[in-house]
Design a protein around this ligand. Structure first.
Ligand code: ATP
Ligand code: SF4
Ligand code: MG
Length: 328
């Protein structure tokens, strides 16, 4: 359904004296999401997860250049196609609640999304009521404006907006932020239900314990690239089921696995790479040529050698799974 190949995103800025500087926060990024599948995108803060989501939907700022290829249903996602499909066949649950229109009540926003997503105008109120009820939002909430709802309610409204239609691809960027455990599990269970109906779901989340039980596959992000693609079940067993040292450190940081630095971590600078969202490197690639210099994990990896430091690791495939580590 969605295939991202060798994606890079480059921002250019003009400094003093018209000197041009560039950063490449996303590079060598590969990912695919099949029909009926939930892919969990996990990685530290600043590793490029939201940029990927925005690149897929075609809502990146103008001052960036996107290279590589994004295909949806087998066809390249050109800007024109993204515009035509956005909100209809592919939808985003944005990370920021600032995406809600401040001038419209939240009920009207979900109704509009329902119509854009294929509901007949006469059916939109009923579909909207059902979406509000599904996310535990009482009917009077529909009349409220975004500034009148709490952060957790706004997050549920955004998820309702994205899931009220019949989009085939749902990209959910941190959909459980601000939700309690029960609401978070319900939200994830509904995404699972949508996937079981044949939709494709990409869920970006720091909350591994919320997303892993419903996910089919996991894409591990580090410093703007995907270092591993693996079945979600790999995170349930032994860390050796994961091929990349960073993925194994994430495994060790899960609440059920008492954090133990393990053999993959080099003794060195503080900063846990383990918890998605904490301490990991969000650095960009070399700004001059858009290429990363060495392995983004080299500074913290116990197995790093001179080759790891000097050269970006090539991608190795194991069936559908892959890893970017010279020694995997
Ligand atoms: N508009 C922009 N201009 C320049 N750089 C940007 C811009 N947006 C993002 N970046 C850079 O891209 C990096 C990745 O950003 P992104 O928002 O995708 O991270 P993320 O993985 O979603 O993080 P988080 O988990 O905190 O949401 C950031 O660290 C930042 O350096
Ligand atoms: S390429 Fe080298 S530094 Fe990078 S994760 Fe693999 S062993 Fe560690
Ligand atoms: Mg983000």
């Amino acid at each position: 359904m969605l295939t991202v190949t060798d994606l890079s995103i480059r921002f250019e800025r003009y400094g003093r004296g018209l000197a041009r500087t560039a950063i490449v926060p996303v590079h060598h990024l590969d990912l695919d999401v099949g029909p009926g599948e939930i892919v969990a995108v996990i990685g530290a803060s600043g590793s490029g997860k939201s940029l990927l989501a925005h690149a897929v939907l075609g809502i990146l700022p103008d001052n960036c250049r996107v290279d590589g290829e994004i295909r949806f249903k087998g066809e390249p996602l050109t800007p024109a196609r993204q515009k035509a499909l956005r909100g209809r066949e592919m939808v985003l649950v944005p990370q920021s609640v600032g995406f809600l229109n401040p001038l419209k009540n939240v009920g009207a926003q979900v109704r509009r999304a329902a119509i854009l997503g294929g509901a007949a105008g006469s059916a939109a109120p009923r579909v909207t009521d059902a979406a509000f009820s599904r996310y535990g939002l009482a009917p009077p909430v529909q009349a409220l404006f975004p500034f009148q709802v709490s952060g957790g309610m706004a997050r549920r409204v955004l998820t309702a907006t994205a899931t009220v239609g019949r989009a085939d691809l749902i990209v959910a960027d941190e959909p459980t932020t601000g939700l309690d455990r029960e609401a978070s599990e319900q939200s994830m269970a509904f995404l699972r239900q949508l996937a079981d109906e044949g939709r494709s779901v990409m869920v970006i989340s720091h909350d591994l314990s919320a997303v892993l039980p419903v996910a089919d596959r996991v894409a591990v992000f580090l410093s703007g690239t995907t270092v591993e693609g693996a079945p979600a079940g790999s995170f349930n067993g032994h860390p050796e089921a994961l091929r990349h040292p960073y993925s194994r450190d994430m495994w060790r940081a899960l609440p059920d696995h008492e954090f133990d630095p393990g053999p993959d971590r080099a003794a060195g600078p503080a900063g846990s790479p383990g918890a998605a969202g904490s301490g990991g490197s969000g650095g960009a690639a070399n700004a001059d040529d858009g290429q990363a210099d060495g392995c983004p994990y080299a500074r913290r990896c116990a197995r790093a050698d001179a080759a790891c430091v000097g050269m970006f690791p090539p991608k190795r495939h194991f069936g559908r799974d892959f890893v970017r580590c010279r020694h995997a």
